[in-house]
Design a protein around this ligand. Structure first.
Ligand SMILES: Cc1cc2nc3c(=O)[nH]c(=O)nc-3n(C[C@H](O)[C@H](O)[C@H](O)COP(=O)(O)OP(=O)(O)OC[C@H]3O[C@@H](n4cnc5c(N)ncnc54)[C@H](O)[C@@H]3O)c2cc1C
Length: 225
């Protein structure tokens, strides 16, 4: 949770909402002006409604070469900002800080390393940005959600590279949590593991990967909540 006032005015930019794409009753993609700001796939922005002192971090969902920025947000019913951003109309003004953050790919590994991306829920956002920015990546994406309809825009990933894990239905690739999948699967210790989502999943996955011999320098995490 971030207060916009803690950032210098020069870093905060007024931007305009271009469109909102609803993916499920709760999840939506917000597209807004980029104004040619530099960004590296995996970074996040800090978004709030203009002139309101309330903003939150959101990973950029769009690619480095897109002319706009997109973020993928899940409405948290008891939350404040995610609920209000969902109701915005095209043309509304937002305030944005960033892009910021270090959850990015190492340039020397983009064409050489093998990656496993592990996401819970909207934690898939930075991975969509990785894949959209670098279609040549050698990756497997493990996505944990409750129901199969939360496989947000799965057609963006090669079907052989996307593994959907669901706990609430069985029409996915794996019935269970991403951590259950990791426990049951052979793990390559030379792969780069990127994890994003809720802290419980990230802690558990780190422990499993470490027990299976993955060195800590091959594990990278972005915690959402
Ligand atoms: C670096 C970073 C990047 C992030 N990127 C994204 C993103 O791409 N998409 C996205 O949807 N969120 C993302 N988040 C989370 C986001 O910043 C907000 O926390 C979230 O939208 C809730 O804000 P709110 O104001 O609606 O609820 P708040 O009033 O801030 O929080 C209400 C409660 O909801 C919990 N909560 C927060 N997020 C979730 C969630 N997804 N599911 C269930 N409970 C939750 C909080 O822990 C809190 O207890 C990111 C967070 C960080 C730190």
């Amino acid at each position: 949770m971030t207060q916009l006032t803690t950032h210098t005015p020069a870093a905060t930019k007024a931007i305009t909402v271009q469109e909102i794409r609803n993916l499920t009753p709760a999840a939506y993609v917000l597209r807004f002006d980029r104004h040619q700001r530099e960004f590296l796939a995996g970074q996040h922005v800090i978004l709030g409604i203009k002139d309101e002192n309330n903003a939150r971090e959101y990973s950029v969902y769009s690619g480095e070469n897109d002319e706009y920025f997109e973020v993928l947000i899940k409405e948290v019913l008891e939350g404040d900002v995610s609920r209000r951003l969902k109701k915005l109309k095209p043309g509304t003004q937002l305030q944005m800080d960033g892009p910021l953050g270090f959850f990015t790919l190492r340039p020397d590994e983009i064409n050489t390393a093998r990656f496993v991306f592990i996401a819970s829920g909207t934690g898939i956002a930075p991975f969509r940005s990785f894949v959209r920015s670098y279609p040549q990546l050698d990756y497997t994406l493990l996505h944990g959600v409750r129901y199969s309809n939360e496989a947000y825009e799965r057609d963006q990933y090669h079907p052989d590279r996307y593994i959907l894990c669901t706990t609430g239905d069985t029409s996915s690739n794996f019935n269970g949590r991403v951590t259950d999948y990791l426990r049951q699967t052979a793990i390559d210790t030379t792969t780069q593991y990127y994890l994003c989502g809720n802290v419980k999943m990230i802690h558990e996955a780190f422990e499993i990967l470490a027990q299976k011999g993955v060195p800590t320098e091959n594990m990278h995490a972005e915690v959402y909540f």
